[in-house]
Design a protein around this ligand. Structure first.
Ligand code: BES
Ligand code: ZN
Length: 504
């Protein structure tokens, strides 16, 4: 996985070096999908470089501190009418009959943000510098969900300054994509699972937009510094979301994030809960610690000095480190200088990054609606007792999280499905419902769950279900499904690492 050095002799009169190479068919950074795996029955290939997979399909120095600009020319086989997209502002809006596509990225980017996608795609315009690419059957739903993208970008600019990457487009990928979203510059990759037609999961797009500043403009120096990228981005996501959708929803989203973090903290050793963590393989770093603990750190700063000053501070940080990388080691002295030593001590900034658990100034949130839901999750006997009429996705997630903890009977689950059809709701709701179904033995929905597991490749949505199957001694069943699904190599690695009951 770590690769090896390629040594090239440079002579006194060497002006440039040309290297010809081919990529192995099983490169982890590329997923080739055959005709029956895409919606339109045409082949599709796309890359995923973060964290260490750029090296599997490109010859480069694969470390986040190394930046480069690029020009690329991609030539398709004769007669192939796919579109080609890269991490560049000049992506094509229509098929070029010559089959030749050229790209120019003038802003320097780190290797993990390099991307290439070739597929049966069509472009739809959204705003003056925004649009999306999708396979035809998804276009009308995606149009509804992604309609607010230009507005999201504008709200993010209000927080973090002018958008640095010229264009912002979204590529809607098949549901087998291992992530919900990936912040490739100029062209965010989004899993088909976030396209629901009711905008219930588009917060993922706000998250990826915020990476345009945190991660893409200022990059973590080492993977151990990933909280500066994922934590600050998550704070940005929650802050922009609050601006666009109000405080009530804003608080709910935080509560759900914190619940997931606490669940994780409970199962971890103290060492594993530190924000600054070194790991041999960075893939293991992307749990709730950098995301939610990292976001809580900035929220603690906000509670202390106010939103306006926090944004002013972040703008200064972004200016200082623009087009460069930043480490926790470099960030903390900068913070101290900006807010002053007394405020720095009150904030417990060092403890946030270098000590386990959550410091005593960790923010908490309240939602009366969630409190009521928590109570009914405990008390309900019959589905009629639940007043679900006004529930949106965050309410359902909160309810299902509570039910998972509290316990539930098969009869109750039967009623729940018969009345609310949770197996037909969005993928975040499905995941939580299936986890409950496995834990509490509601096997009637297993066929629907199997269909979900065969179609979806997003790690966050399927690994927890397999883990739950391990927990109820269904290792053989899990193993059979995993074999049949034939996941993206990145998803498969996550399964091999986290789903401990199945044979590798
Ligand atoms: N950069 C990540 C995706 C990623 C994580 C790639 C780890 C490689 C290794 C992206 O920005 C992300 O965090 N995606 C989340 C969605 C977000 C709303 C939390 C995801 O895919 O679940
Ligand atoms: Zn992210």
């Amino acid at each position: 996985m770590l690769g090896q050095a390629l040594r090239v002799k440079i002579l006194p009169d060497t002006r440039f070096v040309k290297i010809a190479y081919a990529v192995e068919k099983d490169a982890e950074g590329l997923l080739y999908m055959d005709a029956n795996q895409s919606l339109t029955g045409k082949p599709f290939v796309f890359s995923q470089s973060e964290s260490l997979f750029a090296r599997s399909w490109l010859l480069l120095q694969d470390a986040p501190q190394v930046r480069f600009t690029f020009s690329a020319k991609v030539k398709l086989p004769k007669g192939d009418s796919s579109l080609v997209l890269m991490s560049a502002p000049d992506n094509p809006k229509q098929v070029n009959p010559s089959g030749i596509y050229e790209f120019h990225q003038k802003n320097p980017l780190p290797s993990y943000l390099m991307s290439l996608a070739v597929g049966p795609l069509q472009y739809t315009n959204l705003g003056k510098r925004t649009g999306f690419y999708a396979e035809k059957p998804l276009i009308s739903k995606a149009k509804q969900d992604l309609a607010p993208v230009e507005k999201m970008l504008e709200a993010s600019e209000k927080c973090f300054g002018e958008y640095p990457w010229e264009r912002y487009d979204v590529l809607v990928l098949p549901e087998r994509f291992p992530f919900g979203g990936m912040e490739n510059p100029c062209i965010t990759y989004a899993s088909g699972t976030i396209i629901t037609g009711d905008s219930s999961l588009v917060n993922v797009v706000i998250h990826e937009i915020c990476h345009s500043w945190f991660g893409n403009l200022v990059t973590h120096s080492n993977w151990a510094d990933i909280a500066l990228t994922e934590g600050f981005t998550t704070w940005g996501e929650l802050t922009v979301n609050r601006m666009l959708n109000g405080d009530e929803l804003g608080d709910m989203l935080w509560i759900n994030e914190i619940a997931a973090l606490k669940e994780e903290l409970d199962g971890y050793t103290p060492e594993q809960t530190k924000l600054y963590r070194e790991m041999k393989n960075p893939e293991g770093l992307f749990d709730n610690i950098p995301y939610t603990k990292g976001a809580l750190f900035l929220e603690a700063l906000k509670n202390q000095i106010g939103l306006e000053r926090t944004l002013a501070f972040l703008n200064k940080y972004l200016k200082k480190f623009a087009w460069k990388d930043a480490s926790v080691e470099g960030f903390l002295p900068f913070l101290k200088e900006e807010i002053g030593p007394a405020a720095y001590t009150t904030l417990k900034a060092d403890a946030w990054f270098y000590e386990p658990g959550l410091p005593s100034n960790s923010p908490s949130f309240e939602s009366p609606a969630f409190q009521a839901i928590g109570r009914s999750a405990k008390d309900w006997k019959n589905v009629k007792e639940l007043s679900t009429a006004t529930w949106k996705t965050p309410h359902w997630l909160h309810f299902l999280n509570s039910v998972y903890e509290q316990g539930v009977s098969v009869e109750q689950l039967k009623q729940l499905e018969a009345t609310h059809h949770l197996t037909q709701k969005n993928s975040e709701i499905k995941l939580r419902f299936y986890r409950i179904a496995v834990k509490y033995g509601f096997e009637e929905v297993f066929p629907a769950m199997e269909a979900f597991l065969m179609k979806v490749g997003r790690k966050k949505l399927i690994v927890p279900i397999y883990k739950e199957l391990c927990g109820v001694n269904k290792a053989e069943y899990a193993e059979k499904l995993i074999k049949k699904a034939n996941y993206h190599p990145i998803t498969q690695v996550a399964i091999d690492t986290d789903v401990t009951c199945v044979k590798k």
